[in-house]
Design a protein around this ligand. Structure first.
Ligand code: PMP
Length: 431
C-alpha cells in the first residue's frame, strides 16, 4: 500500500472525504489523490516520491511556481516580525497601490482572505450601493461557496452533480429565498442578460461573471460580449462585476480587463494576488468603494484581512510580474497548444486556451457555454486524467476546470507535458 493511500484512509476518519476542498478528492475521475510532500518550481513531489508536472499551480494561485525564492524570502522576513496584528500596516498600502496601478478600473481596493469572501463582499456592496437585491450570474461560472453564488455554479458544484444542470439552489442548505435573488443566464449570450434586465427592470444590483471562464473548463468571451454586458449594465443602472479571482494578474498585468479592454465597476481578485497565501481583494470605482464601512454603511470586515505574511507574498509576486513573465507564459501555453493540435484533432477533441489557462475538452467543437461543456465525454476525460497522472502530468481532476501553467516551467517540462498528454489521449480512447 502506498503512503498516499494510507494517508487518505487516515484522513477520511477525521476530514469529510479526506480533503479540505471537494475537487481534490478525484471523485469525478476515479482513483485516489496523491498526498503532496513538496513542490519545486513547476513540479509536485508526492509522499511516495513520484514527481508530476503541476498543471494546477494551486488552482492558479502560484503563477511563479512552488517555493519561489523571492516570495519565500519576503514571507519569512514578514513572519519573523509577527504573524498578524489586526491593525494597519504600511505593506497593505503598498499592495493596494500595486493593484490600483495595474487595474485602472480599480481606484480603491479592500483586502480580504479568500475569493469566496471577495465576491460575497462585492455582491453586498453592489446591493448596498444600488439599493437593489437581485444579482445576475452566468451558468457554469463559479464565484466561491457562499449562498448567493451557489446557483448553477461551475467547478466542484458542476463536477459533483455529474455535469447535470444544478437546480436552484445549487446545494442543500442554501435557502430558496436567497437563491430567488440570483438570476441565471447562459455564458456568451448578451441577449439573455438583456432579457433578464428587462424582466426585472430596476431590481438588478449587478451582473457578475468570470470575464474568461475557468470553472467550466477554460472558455473565452465571444467578440464584443464583455462590451455588450457593460453597456447593458450601464443602461439598467446595474454594476458590472468582473470576478478576476482566476484571471487577475494572470492573463495580463492588469488581468482580463486589460486583455479585453473593458473596465468593470467592481473587480474581485484572489489567487495570484496573494502569491499562494490566503489573500484576496475586491475594488473598483472610489465612489462605490466609499460605501464600505467605516466611510459608508455597507458592512465588511475580517480578522486576518491584509495579513502581513500574505501581503508580503502578494507583493513579492506582483513585483515580479512584468511583460517578460507574461510573454513566457504565453509562449509555454502556445507550445503546448501547438504540440497537441494534431492529436487533439485526431481524437475528436478540442482545446481552448487563453494565455496560461487551458482545457482539453472531450467534444469535437470547442464549447462556448456550460450546456456545451455538459456534452463532453466525461468517462473519456476520466481515463485521460488517470493516464496523464500516471505519466507524470498532474491535471485538474475534472472536465469542469482549467489547467494553469506557472512561469517556472522549462522547455523540457513543456515537452514532457505535450508527450504525456498526447499518450494520455491515446490511452483515453483505448477502451
Ligand atoms: N471566483 C473564482 C472565479 C474562482 O475560480 C474561485 C475559486 N476557484 C473563487 C471565486 C473562490 O475563491 P476561494 O476558493 O479562494 O474562496
Amino acid at each position: 500500500m502506498s503512503r498516499s493511500s494510507r494517508l487518505l484512509a487516515r484522513a477520511r476518519d477525521v476530514i469529510p472525504g479526506g480533503v479540505n476542498s471537494p475537487v481534490r478528492a478525484f471523485a469525478a475521475v476515479g482513483g485516489d489523490p496523491p498526498f503532496i510532500a513538496r513542490g519545486e518550481g513547476a513540479e509536485l513531489i508526492d509522499e511516495d516520491g513520484h514527481r508530476y508536472i503541476d498543471l494546477i499551480s494551486s488552482w492558479g494561485a502560484l503563477i511563479l511556481g512552488h517555493a519561489d525564492t523571492a516570495v519565500l524570502g519576503a514571507t519569512m522576513a514578514a513572519a519573523s516580525r509577527g504573524s498578524s496584528f489586526g491593525a494597519p500596516t504600511e505593506a497593505e498600502i503598498e499592495l493596494a497601490e500595486e493593484i490600483v496601478a495595474r487595474m485602472p478600473s480599480v481606484e480603491k481596493v479592500r483586502l480580504c482572505s479568500s475569493g469566496t469572501e471577495s465576491t460575497m463582499h462585492a455582491v453586498r456592496l453592489a446591493r448596498g450601493f444600488t439599493g437593489r437585491d437581485k444579482i445576475i450570474k452566468l451558468e457554469g461560472n463559479y464565484h466561491g461557496a457562499h449562498d448567493a453564488m451557489l446557483v448553477k455554479a461551475g467547478s466542484g458544484v458542476a463536477t459533483f452533480t455529474d455535469g447535470k444542470a444544478t437546480t436552484e439552489p445549487g446545494s442543500p442548505g442554501v435557502p430558496a429565498a436567497t437563491a430567488a435573488h440570483t438570476l441565471v443566464a447562459p455564458y456568451n449570450d448578451a441577449q439573455a442578460v438583456a432579457d433578464l434586465l428587462k424582466a426585472h427592470d430596476g431590481e438588478v444590483a449587478a451582473v457578475i461573471l468570470e470575464p474568461v471562464a475557468g470553472n467550466m473548463g477554460c472558455i473565452a468571451p465571444g467578440d464584443g460580449y464583455l462590451e455588450d454586458l457593460l453597456a447593458l449594465c450601464e443602461g439598467a443602472g446595474a454594476l458590472l462585476i468582473f470576478d478576476e479571482v482566476m484571471t487577475g494578474f494572470r492573463l495580463a498585468r492588469g488581468g482580463a480587463q486589460e486583455l479585453f479592454g473593458v473596465q468593470p465597476h467592481l473587480t474581485c481578485m484572489g489567487k495570484v494576488v496573494g502569491g499562494g497565501y490566503p489573500l484576496a481583494a475586491f475594488g473598483g470605482r472610489a465612489d462605490i468603494m466609499d460605501h464600505l464601512s467605516p466611510v459608508g454603511s455597507v458592512y465588511q470586515a475580517g480578522t486576518l484581512s491584509g495579513n502581513p505574511v500574505a501581503v508580503a507574498a502578494g507583493l513579492a509576486t506582483l513585483r515580479q510580474l512584468d511583460a517578460t513573465v507574461y510573454a513566457s507564459l504565453e509562449a509555454a501555453g502556445a507550445r503546448i497548444e501547438q504540440g497537441m493540435s494534431s492529436a487533439v484533432n485526431y481524437h475528436g477533441c478540442s482545446f481552448r486556451r487563453v494565455g496560461s489557462m487551458f482545457t482539453l475538452f472531450f467534444r469535437g467543437a470547442a464549447p462556448n457555454n456550460f450546456s456545451e461543456v455538459q456534452e463532453c465525454d466525461l468517462d473519456a476525460f476520466g481515463r485521460f486524467f488517470r493516464a496523464a497522472l500516471s505519466g507524470g502530468v498532474y491535471l485538474p481532476p475534472s472536465q469542469y476546470e482549467a489547467a494553469f501553467l506557472n512561469a517556472s516551467i522549462t522547455e523540457r517540462q513543456v515537452a514532457q507535458v505535450v508527450d504525456g498528454l498526447t499518450s494520455a489521449l491515446v490511452a483515453a480512447h483505448l477502451h
